[in-house]
Design a protein around this ligand. Structure first.
Ligand SMILES: [Zn+2]
Length: 698
């Protein structure tokens, strides 16, 4: 019998490898495959992280406990507080309404508490579990008894709704559909979110009421999927179940759940009836191109990365790295969104085959339309979650860059500044009112609390709530020799390194509006310790001072700068990340953006909203002047406080407006116009109107 700690020990010390000539990874795989390993030990329950890799052999650092850090104000502190005060409580009220697309009412029906028919989406249950995960994450820092009561009440209903054999999915239980008859029924999506939420709830409350349900469910799933039934090879859509099973293994130490996660990864693409839409045309280990549904893709890749953290399997890691290269070199928006298509066909370049019909999907290489971009919020967050896992596996800053790009742009654009209205799709251009919107687009963010006009799909709001509640844990990492800082924001970390040495530090900064960050060490280990500061890939000329003295070694963008010394309480590190206005251009094969520029400052993508133009000037008539000067202006009362970027641009003369679809090319005349850009995330908070991220150049 080998515990997980034993696997780590075997892997790190290569004991069998030295003797028998097999790799440590093989040792770990053999131990997992043979089921050697006891049910969890006390060491498993100690973590309060959202992903507990404390015993995972193939990660570069551990995430911090959810209650080991908090924002102390600033950009993310404001958003965390809005999430606690507004988003999480109002979302629960909405999810009790029978006409909301995700509703706890279905669980109450299945529990026999009320009478009626199932309503809402097939994935309603999963979205309810995501709310519990969000609530538990807030509870970690507030210990709010009302939140605890609401969670306990919901969990009691879930327990009653669960079938005696462990199955739970109310859209099936309350209908004649039958179990496992159609992968679009989203059974595993619902169940996967249950597993994850239960693990996090257990860690943050110390209670096992939800975890007991999760184990019963996962034991049932093991009996169904362990025989690897061919007809279920491609179940299901949006596979949160892989992350869920891996996390349950980490919570309980039961190897069976890790095997289950591995089975889900391996079965996908193993049968001839797969599709690009569902990431099942090709086995993941052979996949080289990002195609198909972008939530399904990123959830699959997150789950595979979780498995990789335990097994270290090179083929799986290489496949994920290859997919990352494909996504970031030709299929990702400047905002970090990844789904170019509402509907379309998969276009592979490496493998000649008949295209599959897809929706909510990656486009072909460089197919990145702006007005019709889909960029579902869940897929954007999935992209950040995947990049965070890749960062865990590799320690490479390029993954943190993408994660930050998503958080500040394509994630945050999805929630209104007041914290209770939501975008499902996140395009980079909003056209005139008479241009029809695409599926799931909305003229403004969906209101959260309007029973009269229920939203059609409620997967994104609880994804936002849980991610914002957990965002501070993405900011730090811990390894035996020190601390990693991945994200900047005023806050405080009070943690222990894996070896047990306590470390306390604070960040003081006005990031992302200003690139100066002061890190003050308050409690330090009595030995040499590394402070690894992420130097973003977008920065040029970053510099560091330690206790006022300039750090003379190179500070390279797109890397972690390691400051290693014996620190003392009171030591300060000043990091300066210059944030000039940056004019960005696309690869020339992104047709729509050719001869266009986008404007960034620091991690923020900016946009032009119609409202910021003088009356009577159309957004499509504006031209940027490449050499024009920019003014950076703080506006404390605009859009809850933003920094705007101002410049002199050109606008086409009214007389030269083009009304014909085509015309003989003519020399346009132009007049100057003052331009004010706002951060992309803040658009559509002042009523309806046109918006654009990319602007043509005069
Ligand atoms: Zn969604």
């Amino acid at each position: 019998m080998k515990s997980n700690q034993d696997i780590r020990w075997f892997a790190r010390n290569n004991v069998l490898g030295n003797v028998a000539g097999i790799s440590p990874m093989t040792v770990a795989l053999v131990l997992i495959a043979t089921g050697a390993g006891p049910v969890g030990t006390s060491s498993f329950a100690a973590s309060k992280a959202i992903v507990d890799v404390s015993a995972s052999p193939h990660v570069k650092f551990r995430p911090i406990d959810l209650d080991a850090a908090r924002w102390t104000g600033g950009f993310w502190g404001d958003r965390w507080e809005t999430n606690r005060r507004v988003t999480v409580p109002t979302m629960k009220q909405v999810m009790e309404l029978p006409n909301n697309a995700a509703t706890f009412r279905n669980l109450r029906l299945a529990a026999g508490e009320i009478q009626g028919k199932f309503s809402g989406n097939n994935w309603s249950d999963g979205d309810c579990y995501k709310w519990i995960e969000a609530a538990a994450s807030v509870f970690a820092l507030t210990r709010d008894p009302e939140l605890e009561r609401q969670m306990d009440e919901a969990i009691a209903i879930i327990a009653k709704a669960q079938a005696s054999d462990g199955y739970i999915s109310t859209q099936i239980q309350l209908s004649e559909k039958g179990r496992w008859t159609n992968l679009n029924h989203h059974e595993l999506y619902n169940m996967g979110h249950l597993l994850t939420a239960a693990c996090i709830h257990h860690r943050l409350t110390g209670k096992s009421n939800f975890l007991d349900i999760a184990r019963k469910l996962a034991d049932y799933l093991y009996t169904v999927f362990e025989p690897r039934p061919k007809e279920l090879a491609h179940f299901c859509f949006n596979p949160s179940n892989i992350m869920g099973a891996a996390e349950l293994y980490r919570t309980t130490g039961d190897q069976k759940y890790l095997r289950l996660a591995g089975i889900f990864v391996t079965m996908r693409g193993s049968q001839p009836d797969g599709s690009d839409l569902n990431q099942s045309k090709i086995r993941l280990r052979q996949e080289k191109e990002a195609v198909g549904h972008a939530v399904t893709a990123t959830y699959l890749w997150c789950g595979a990365a979780d498995v990789c953290a335990e097994t270290g399997e090179p083929a799986l890691l290489a496949a994920l790295q290859g997919l990352w290269d494909d996504v970031t070199s030709s299929k990702m928006y400047i905002t970090g969104g990844t789904a170019a298509l509402h509907h379309g066909a998969s276009q592979r370049t490496l493998l000649k085959q008949k295209p599959d019909l897809v929706f909510e999907a990656f486009g072909a290489p460089y197919q990145l339309p702006n007005r019709t971009a889909y960029n579902e919020t869940c897929a954007n967050i999935g992209n950040a979650m995947w990049n965070w896992r890749m960062l865990l596996l590799t320690g490479e800053a390029k993954y943190a860059d993408v994660m930050e790009r998503v958080f500040y742009n394509s994630m945050l654009s999805a929630i209104g500044l007041e914290g209770k209205d939501y975008f499902y799709s996140n395009p980079l251009r909003r056209g005139p009112a008479d241009v029809p919107l695409m599926t799931q687009d909305s003229a403004q963010r969906w209101p959260d609390t309007t029973p009269a006009s229920p939203v059609r799909c409620f997967c994104c709001p609880p994804s936002l709530a849980r991610t914002i509640a957990q965002l501070h844990t993405y900011a730090y990492g811990l390894s035996a020799d020190g601390v990693w800082i991945h994200l900047y924001g005023s806050g405080r970390l009070d943690a222990s390194l894996p070896g047990g040495a306590p470390i306390t530090l604070s960040q003081q900064t006005d990031y992302p509006w200003d690139g100066k960050i002061t890190i003050r060490l308050e409690k330090t280990p009595p030995v040499e310790t590394a402070l690894r500061l992420r130097i973003p890939g977008w920065v040029s000329g970053a510099s560091i001072k330690i206790n006022g003295q300039r750090f003379t070694q190179e500070v390279s963008p797109g890397s972690y700068c390691e400051l290693r010394r014996r620190w003392s309480a009171g030591d300060t590190v000043e990091l300066d990340l210059p944030m000039p206005v940056a004019l960005m251009e696309s690869h020339p094969l992104v047709e729509e953006n050719r001869n266009h520029l986008a404007v960034m400052r620091g991690p923020l993508v900016y946009c032009l909203e119609e409202k910021d133009l003088p009356p009577g000037i159309a957004i499509e008539d504006v031209r940027l002047v490449r050499a024009a000067k920019w003014t950076v202006r703080r506006e404390p009362t605009l859009l809850r406080g933003v920094t705007v970027l101002e410049t002199q641009a050109k606008r086409l003369s009214q007389a030269k407006r083009v009304d014909a679809l085509y015309r003989r090319a003519a020399d346009d005349s132009a007049e100057p116009v003052s331009l004010r850009l706002i951060p992309y995330y803040a658009w559509s908070n002042r009523g309806e109107g046109q918006m654009t991220v990319w602007l043509p150049v005069w």
